[in-house]
Design a protein around this ligand. Structure first.
Ligand code: HEC
Ligand code: HEC
Length: 194
């Protein structure tokens, strides 16, 4: 082997290694998660604790609401009815209304108090399924992520969870901290766990 061809071979080996390295770097980057992915997942974990709290779940039920921190059946027994606000004689608004929490009767209150639509049944869902259901326009009332954010920020029934009246635990995160987590979740791609 002449010294010239030895140099060429060494050069070829170096170029091959360089190319290999470049390839590895590129596929490595392609396989890594996009920016914000981990942050989004971590934010969801906090959001989920709020959504799965009795203050929210007690209304996001199939046929009848639940009561209290122990999630017992509603007394008196009430049912959804055709428009989700009960049946005649037992309309939700008879006892729950825009006057707010009624300290005398113990009935909590907010405007348009009613069961969440059946497509928004959250009870029994894993965190991942709840997350996917929340994002699904076919289930969430045809809302975009922006509309979900607005709902979480301004809806009176949601806000009631932070002002539930005596003998009921408020949801476990301050509202502005909760909204911060919602925007991190959305900004990172609204990632759901498995
Ligand atoms: C008094 C019953 C009630 C309570 C309590 C309640 N919700 Fe709801 N929720 C509803 C109703 C009714 C709707 C449907 C509103 C609509 O589509 O206009 C709804 C819809 C939603 C939606 C939009 C649809 C979806 O599935 O994405 C979100 C988000 C939501 N609720 C979050 C919450 C959170 C968070 C809490 C607790 C802090 C909560 N809700 C507590 C009744 C309730
Ligand atoms: C006859 C009066 C009456 C009617 C009608 C009524 N409720 Fe209630 N509801 C109450 C009272 C009183 C409480 C408080 C009970 C307690 O905390 O011990 C309550 C509590 C609740 C709670 C529990 C809130 C929480 O997280 O602890 C939910 C949810 C609820 N009602 C939803 C409904 C819905 C939805 C309807 C209509 C389908 C309805 N209620 C109809 C009287 C009524």
């Amino acid at each position: 082997m002449s010294s010239n061809s030895a140099i060429t071979t060494r050069l070829q080996v170096r170029i091959t290694m360089l190319a290999l390295c470049l390839l590895l770097c590129m596929t490595g980057r392609a396989m890594a998660q996009p920016a914000g992915h981990e942050e989004s997942l971590a934010a969801w974990a906090k959001i989920q604790i709020v959504l799965q709290h009795p203050r929210c779940l007690n209304c996001h039920q199939a046929e009848s609401p639940l009561q209290g921190d122990t999630q017992r059946g509603h007394i008196p027994h009430v049912i959804r009815g055709p428009e989700s606000h009960g049946v005649s004689g037992m309309k939700c608004g008879t006892c729950h209304n825009e006057m707010g929490n009624n300290l005398a009767s113990g009935a909590p209150g907010a405007p348009r108090w009613q069961l969440a639509p059946i497509s928004m049944l959250w009870q029994g869902l894993s965190g991942g399924d709840l997350c996917r259901s929340l994002k699904d326009p076919a289930k969430n009332g045809n809302r975009s992520l922006a509309a979900i954010t607005t709902h979480m920020g301004t809806d009176k029934l949601v806000l009631w969870g932070w002002n539930p009246g005596p003998r009921r635990e408020a949801v476990p995160l301050m509202h502005d901290e909760f909204m911060k987590q919602v925007s991190i979740w959305v900004a990172g791609g609204a990632i759901c766990p498995q």
